[in-house]
Design a protein around this ligand. Structure first.
Ligand SMILES: [Zn+2]
Length: 370
């Protein structure tokens, strides 16, 4: 029995559960909007409450570089700094180091990198990223791992796995649940696209007592089929009594595929980034609001959506805002896309309770074939 995680219902492999964190409980499955630099772009906490967001994500790499984790700690942590009183998950910064910064050098000790902002040199060690996340005061912190690039060969992946496991142990040693802040820590399973290495990584990471387990290194450029295959292989290896988090995945069917295979938590910049690019998810499929066909369309973006944007504004207006590059375009589009995904996942949870997840899944697959 895990006091932090209560499995309430399963339907096939899909699960509905509750996860307790220092800033309240989260009902899973859940999608976590990304607030990279202490803000979900174009929204404020009031908007997020209105959308029913239960937890958001903050990026350690960005917040460490600017404004600095110590600066945030002096203001009582990230929750107080950004006026968000619900749970926050912070990543370890590893993914951004590998994807954004230049001059990376990986050693057993950690990873050296140059800031993408001013080129200054920095070093992330397992101990350092935990210290940053303690300063930020997130509810859930993530261990430092090496995200193996798509296409990495077996020898590279194997070597990287050793580093990831050693770093996970050092992260756990640097902080125990129950210390100041009562923060949770999740381990991350890597292993690239080699099933036996995924199995080995899962066993090694699970031998370290974390409050949850994440699947990393997926959705890094591989095909959907490859991702699903790896997900299907790895998810059953994870303990049933701990939350499972699929990192960096956020297209509608990615979420439903993950839920179907027993994943509880997701995050991705996709819905917010797409919103700013005018690509919107609706109950009728994807809409590119910039298209000329919407120029005089007075109907709502999605007739079945109850979000603020769809209740109040027409497609013609949303298209105009987008074409004119008005700031409001970002906000209204982001409200809709996040509402859509949060609602999709809430619907999945409901379907699990009512033993009709498969039907729910098939209904959406008809609208979003991939
Ligand atoms: Zn809407």
């Amino acid at each position: 029995m895990n006091p932090l995680f209560t499995l309430e219902k399963t339907d096939g492999r899909a699960r509905a559960a509750t996860l307790s964190t220092p800033h309240g409980s989260i009902q899973t499955p859940i999608f976590m909007p990304v607030g990279t630099q202490g803000s979900v772009k174009s929204l404020d906490p009031n908007d997020l409450h209105g959308l029913g967001a239960q937890i958001i994500l903050g990026n350690t790499y960005h917040l460490y570089l600017r404004p600095g984790d110590e600066m945030i700690a002096r203001r009582g942590g990230l929750h107080r700094f950004m006026r968000w009183d619900k749970p926050i998950l912070t990543d370890s910064g590893g993914f951004q180091v590998f994807s954004l910064s230049a001059l990376r050098k990986i050693t057993d000790e950690g990873v050296e990198f140059a800031s993408h902002i001013d080129g200054s040199k920095h070093m992330f060690t397992p101990e350092k990223v935990i210290s940053i996340q303690k300063n930020l005061g997130s509810d859930i912190m993530m261990v430092l791992d090496e995200c193996v690039p798509d296409g990495a060969d077996r020898a590279y992946t194997q070597k990287s796995l050793k580093t990831t496991t050693a770093w996970a142990k050092r992260c756990r040693e640097a902080y125990s649940h129950g210390e100041t802040g009562n923060q949770l820590m999740f381990g991350i399973v890597q292993g690239g696209f080699f099933k036996d290495l995924r199995t080995q990584s899962a066993a090694e990471i699970m031998s370290i007592p974390f409050e949850g387990y994440a699947l990393g290194g997926l959705s890094v450029g591989e095909s959907k089929t490859e991702m699903l295959d790896m997900l299907e292989h790895t998810t059953p290896l994870l303990p049933a009594d701990r939350p499972r988090y699929l990192m960096g995945v956020g297209a509608p069917m990615d979420l439903l595929n993950g839920i179907k295979l027993g994943v509880d938590m997701f995050d991705c910049v996709l819905p917010t980034r797409n919103a700013r690019n005018g690509t919107l998810f609706t109950s009728l499929g994807k809409v590119n609001i910039k298209r000329a066909e919407y120029k005089e369309d007075d109907g709502p973006l999605d007739p079945q959506c109850s979000c603020y944007t769809c209740r109040n504004f027409s497609r013609a207006y949303l298209r105009h805002l987008y074409v004119a590059k008005e700031i409001l375009s970002y906000r209204l589009n982001t409200i809709h896309n996040l509402h859509f995904l949060l609602d999709l996942v809430r619907g999945a949870r409901q379907a699990i309770f009512e033993n009709r997840f498969e039907a729910y899944y098939q209904q959406w697959k008809g609208i979003y074939p991939v």
